[in-house]
Design a protein around this ligand. Structure first.
Ligand code: GNR
Ligand code: NI
Length: 169
């Protein structure tokens, strides 16, 4: 097991579009373990493979306080989204210390493969719906700051670049 380095915005590799997993094999399962460890160590409630520079459609999420309810989504697809939207304050491990409001469908239905390679569907609302959509955006090469105004986005990119230069990240 290993804690993997997380790419920081505005790293251009965060805009890579992830490819579907062809086979859920031991290599994929080993990567999921490392992604889970990376998410727990950060700590975060979710992580997309894109953030650890692996461009395959793999997401891990754990919303539990005890950090013992890992959920894995391989090749996730949104099969339904509600008309109703909700605004949440979002953050991202790839955009450390910046939080802002994003509006998204408040409920979604997702189809994905589990670690056993078998398809499953879930209906999500609340923070789970937010997190799944945030992580699926990563797999499409999209970071939440792209929903913000260009002024806010540029300010965030500028501050993060300065911090990287100063060796703070
Ligand atoms: O840890 C995380 N918290 C969070 C809070 C509100 C909305 C989305 C998230 S996801 C984030 C972890 C992360 O960056 N996943 O890509
Ligand atoms: Ni994120």
């Amino acid at each position: 097991m290993a804690v993997l380095p997380i790419l920081n915005y505005p790293d251009p590799r965060l805009h890579t579009v992830a490819k579907p997993v062809i086979e859920v094999n031991d290599k994929v399962r080993a990567l999921v373990k490392d992604m889970a460890q990376t998410m727990y160590e950060a700590p975060g409630i979710g992580l997309a493979a894109t953030q650890v520079n692996v461009h395959q459609q793999i997401i891990v999420i754990d919303l539990s306080d005890e950090r013992n309810q890992l959920q894995v989504f391989i090749n996730p697809e949104l099969i339904w989204t509600s008309e109703e939207t909700k605004v949440w304050q979002e953050g991202c491990l790839s955009v450390p210390d910046f939080y802002d409001e994003v509006s998204r469908p408040s409920e979604v239905k997702v189809k994905a493969l589990g670690l056993d390679g078998k398809p499953f569907e879930i209906h999500a609302d609340g923070l789970m719906a937010v997190c799944i959509q945030h992580e699926m955006d990563h797999l499409k090469g999209k970071v939440f700051v792209e929903y913000l105004s260009s002024l806010k986005r540029m300010r965030i990119a500028g501050k993060l670049k300065k911090r990287i230069k100063a060796g703070v990240i």
